[in-house]
Design a protein around this ligand. Structure first.
Ligand code: GLN
Length: 186
């Protein structure tokens, strides 16, 4: 299984390590041609506006949009903003791979970051996750499955092969959500 991690900016290394630990071949992605060899891709947390600008420079946007039509994509925090249908606070363009609205920085600034155990129907016991300048992810369609909520807000959402989480989950040792992503069907 070859799994890409978009590596233009942001929290890339911990994903590469975690993917290697669960037996996947993890590849840093910086060019459109690299997508051809991948089974799926993670768009990590970081700064979505910066990632968007860098994506435009190397024309990764259209290639990622096409890739997401036939392969699993997991957008994490800034990555979830990149794959959302709509982005606000402030608005910016996106890949529109899943019908959600991302309200940026809903969970406050860097100093408001927090770690919390999260219950999800995908796992038998809670998983530790990190909210770091996280967006609010609002479903815009009934065919979105919400796998986890925090204080009444959806934080882990899926439609088909596309997964979006407002939180980071690569900073600890628990790789169960990565394993779930690796098992998603194309
Ligand atoms: N606030 C960032 C953005 O809007 C996302 C933060 C993160 O990925 N941890 O892109």
């Amino acid at each position: 299984m070859k799994v890409g991690v978009l590596a233009l900016q942001g929290c890339v290394e911990p994903h590469l390590k975690m993917l290697a630990r669960v037996g996947a071949e993890a590849i840093s992605v910086r060019r459109p041609a690299q997508l051809e060899q991948l089974d799926r891709i993670i768009l990590p947390g970081g700064e979505s506006t910066t990632m968007l600008l860098l994506m435009e420079k190397v024309q990764l946007g259209p290639a990622l949009r096409e890739f997401g039509k036939t392969h699993p994509v997991w957008g994490i925090c800034a990555g979830s903003i990149l794959i959302a249908q709509e982005v606000c606070d402030p608005a910016q363009s996106s890949l529109n791979l899943i019908p959600i609205r991302a309200r940026r920085n809903f969970y406050g600034s860097q100093t408001d970051s927090f770690k919390t155990p999260l219950q999800t129907d995908l796992l038998k016991s809670p998983i530790e996750v990190d909210f770091i300048r996280a967006p609010l992810l609002e479903p815009l369609s009934r065919d979105i499955t919400v796998h986890a909520s925090h204080q009444g807000h959806a934080v882990l959402l899926q439609r088909g092969r596309i997964l979006a989480s407002s939180f980071h989950v690569e900073l600890g040792e628990d790789s169960r959500l990565h394993e779930y992503f690796l098992n998603l069907e194309s």
